[in-house]
Design a protein around this ligand. Structure first.
Ligand SMILES: [Zn+2]
Length: 58
C-alpha cells in the first residue's frame, strides 16, 4: 500500500478524497482513483505514457 502524502491528507480533510490530485476531476466508475507518489489520482494517468504518473515501461 502506498503512503499518503501530507498534502493529500489535507485534501482528504477538505473533502477532496474522491477528487483527482492530478487533473482536479472527480473519480468515476470507469476511472477510479489510486495512490501514486502519495496522491490520489485517476488510474488512467498511470497508464498514459504522456502523463508524469506513468508506471509502465517507457
Ligand atoms: Zn485525473
Amino acid at each position: 500500500m502506498s503512503k499518503i502524502d501530507a498534502a493529500q491528507k489535507k485534501r482528504d480533510r477538505d473533502g477532496q478524497r474522491t477528487v483527482c490530485a492530478a487533473c482536479g476531476h472527480p473519480a468515476t466508475a470507469v476511472d477510479q482513483l489510486l495512490v501514486a507518489d502519495g496522491f490520489r489520482i485517476h488510474r488512467s494517468h498511470t497508464t498514459d505514457p504522456r502523463s508524469g504518473y506513468y508506471r509502465g515501461k517507457r
